[in-house]
Every structure is written in structure tokens, then in C-alpha cells.
Design a protein around this ligand. Sequence first.
Ligand code: FMN
Length: 168
Amino acid sequence: MAQRILVAYGSIAGSTAEVAQAVADEMRSGGAQVDLQSVEAVKDLGDYDAVVVGTAVRMFHILGKTRRFLRRHRRALGERPAAYFLVCLAMGEESPENISKAEGYAKPMIAARAPVSLGLFGGCINHDNLTDFFGRSMKSVPEQDHRDWDKIRAWARETLPKLVASDQ
Ligand SMILES: Cc1cc2nc3c(=O)[nH]c(=O)nc-3n(C[C@H](O)[C@H](O)[C@H](O)COP(=O)(O)O)c2cc1C
């Protein structure tokens, strides 16, 4: 039977949601049965065999709603394999310093449950989507999109067998 996977994402301006969609599509192509939901919409982890959690970063931290998701589902996460990905501007340039900065952002996720894989992806600034209070303050930052769709899809392809093979 196909592996049932939940891809849950924390996004404010929509770019992480689009990355999550690409991850879900790629895992479906790999034969998994995948549901895609925002972290705030997930009620429980039910009978999912594995979970992928993706989140945007703001003000040097993963989103509060992603932290709340990890807290709320901590026990259930501990009972099934999990993979994580981050979407942030720091990964717009993949220097060792930026990779270690992004790994630092992921620490609270890793502390909640060690992942089988951690994807670190460049983020996006699209002024039209920065409609919230803090987002509007970033309108002085030029529009940019560092999402590397080949890298994102490759990560999803490589992560799927790890989620399936892992017994924890
Ligand atoms: C208000 C604000 C604060 C941000 N702070 C950071 C940050 O501290 N570090 C970083 O690497 N990226 C930061 N970013 C970039 C976001 O992580 C990036 O725009 C991401 O693609 C947003 O995801 P979303 O569209 O799903 O909300 C920030 C963006 C905004 C709008």
C-alpha cells in the first residue's frame, strides 16, 4: 500500500506554500499518497506514516505557527519519521556562513524531533504578497526569488525513500 505522507507548511506570504506544493507533487510522483495542509489547518497526524514540515523564517526564527505546530504534535511526531525544510533569504546565497545560519534557524525543529532530512532553500520577496504588518516593513528590500525548483524537487525525491525506510 502507498505510504501516506502529510506535508504541513508554515507560510505567511505564500512562497513556502508553493515550495510545499512542489514537494508534495514530487512525492506523489514517487508513489506516495500525500496530503498538503497549512500548519494551522492540521488537526492531528492521524494515520499518516510520515510527516514533512516546511516553514518560512522571519526575524531570525521559524514562524510562531510552525513552533506551535511542533509543540502541539510533539508526541505524534515522535511516533513517525519526519523531514523538515526551511525557506529563507539567508539561503539565497549558499555560503558556509549562510548554511550554518539556516541550520541555526532549524534548531527548534530538530529539538522537537530529529528529522531524516533537512532541506534548506532560498526564499522569495514579492511585494504584492507582503500585506501583513511586518511584511510591509520589508518592502524596502528589492523583489527577489531564490527558490531553486530543481533543488527542491531533488530534495523531495531523495527524502521520500528515507521517510519510507525509516522505522522511527
Ligand atoms: C518580515 C520578514 C522577516 C524576514 N526575516 C528573515 C530572516 O530573519 N532570515 C532570513 O533568512 N529570511 C527572512 N525573511 C525572508 C523570508 O524567509 C522569505 O521571504 C520567505 O520566502 C517567506 O516565506 P513565505 O512567503 O512563505 O512567508 C524575512 C521576510 C520577511 C517578510
